[in-house]
Write a protein that binds this ligand. Structure first.
Ligand code: AMP
Ligand code: MG
Length: 366
């Protein structure tokens, strides 16, 4: 929670503060906030929890339970560190079927349907391409770029989630080039599960913010006397601007809405002055260039996360079709010139930062 005076000042200025976590709890408050805050690490990101209106010990216990779940995800959903997913990738490479745990199986099933809905632009079967570009590493890759022929060869093997057969808990692939990498939607899936855990612990109002990608539960508010009590305000959130330039716009999130942004400036490699993004177009195996960032609001974090990546790949000309196919209702894209592309429903709810954007292209409704 921001100090009251500062909160008021930011509001008056119409400025959206986005210092660490892009979240602004907007209203000034007269009573002491009963907010519990904690930070947990997963998938290379610090995740900030803000829980309002709950008893501190309940909140602490709930976050502890989420942290244990996150640790398991970190191992068993990881695309390149040894765990269940890398064992499954090895089995597929070897042409074997493997029994998969109930921890991983739902992720595969969800990945398969989201991938189909996105026309395979969200394609978590292209792990080999992502590795070839050097992104299966905690450090950003540098040095010689991968060989273009090798990239074309890997793309031509055409691994997709449609190759994957799931029979009970046995998983196999008709195409041995399939290698899972859930990096494009694991954060969303993880935060969805985290919210389920908080709910099961009786938490009614919370926000979980993973570097600007976030899930909300209930409404923003301040508790009093230990009772869960939200005061009915929406969560007031900044939408990340590309390249660490603060926020491009602010939006009020309704109850349980989630916001995810995918950007080709987030992780990349550079060679001869050209940036090569970690978001790969599965059709040719090349990093995405035209779109700088794509933000999506959805009630499901995994859907929003997968869609943000898919819309980044789709680009200014195709994003609307893919958003329609994926059932997305609110999307906003920014290209390399700062031009914003968005649907009218999104336009109606965003408030742009001063001087932003230089140009807007409004699509037909979603
Ligand atoms: P995000 O930041 O959510 O867009 O996720 C980017 C991550 O998803 C990358 O670091 C890769 O691990 C993975 N990825 C890259 N391109 C794709 C794609 N077209 N489909 C699915 N996953 C991808
Ligand atoms: Mg994503």
């Amino acid at each position: 929670m921001l100090p009251a005076r500062l909160g008021m000042r930011l509001r008056n200025l119409g400025v959206i503060a986005v210092l660490a976590g892009l979240l602004v709890s907007a209203a000034a408050c007269s009573e002491p906030p009963t907010e519990y805050k904690a930070t947990v690490y997963i998938f290379g990101t610090l995740v900030d929890f803000t829980i309002s209106g709950a008893r501190e010990e309940d909140a602490r216990e709930a976050v502890g339970a989420v942290e244990r779940e996150f640790q398991r995800m970190h191992t068993d959903w990881h695309a390149w560190k040894p765990g269940e997913l890398t064992r499954l990738n090895q089995a597929i490479h070897d042409g074997r079927a493997m029994r998969v745990s109930p921890f991983l199986l739902p992720l595969l099933v969800q990945a398969r349907s989201l991938s189909a809905a996105s026309d395979n632009l969200f394609n978590p079967a292209i792990g080999a391409l992502i590795a070839a570009w050097g992104f299966h590493n905690d450090e950003l890759p540098s040095g010689v770029l991968p060989d273009r022929e090798e990239i074309s060869r890997l793309a031509a093997l055409h691994p997709t989630m449609a190759d994957v057969e799931i029979s009970g808990d046995m998983v196999s692939s008709r195409n041995r080039a399939v290698q899972f990498d859930f990096g494009a939607f694991a954060k969303g899936a993880a935060l969805d599960r985290a919210m389920e855990i908080l709910r099961a612990h009786g938490i009614e109002n919370a926000i979980i913010n993973a570097g600007g990608d976030l899930n909300t539960l209930g409404k923003a508010g301040r508790g009093s006397g230990g009772a869960a009590k939200a005061d009915g305000r929406p969560w007031h959130i900044g939408i990340r601007a590309p390249a660490g330039r603060g926020v491009i716009a602010a939006v009020d999130l309704a109850e349980n809405e989630n916001l995810y942004t995918s950007g080709n400036y987030e992780r990349y490699r550079e060679s001869e002055g050209i940036r090569y993004s970690h978001i790969i177009d599965p059709r040719d195996g090349m990093p995405v260039r035209h779109i700088v960032s794509a933000s999506v609001i959805d009630m499901n974090g995994a859907v929003a996360d997968a869609a943000a990546t898919a819309l980044s790949v789709a680009g200014p000309r195709d994003w609307h079709r893919i958003a329609l196919k994926m059932g997305i209702k609110f999307a906003l894209l920014v290209d390399e010139n700062g031009t914003v592309y968005l649907n009218p429903e999104m336009k109606a709810r965003v408030e742009f930062a001063k001087g932003q954007p230089p140009a807007i292209v409004v699509s037909p409704p979603l």
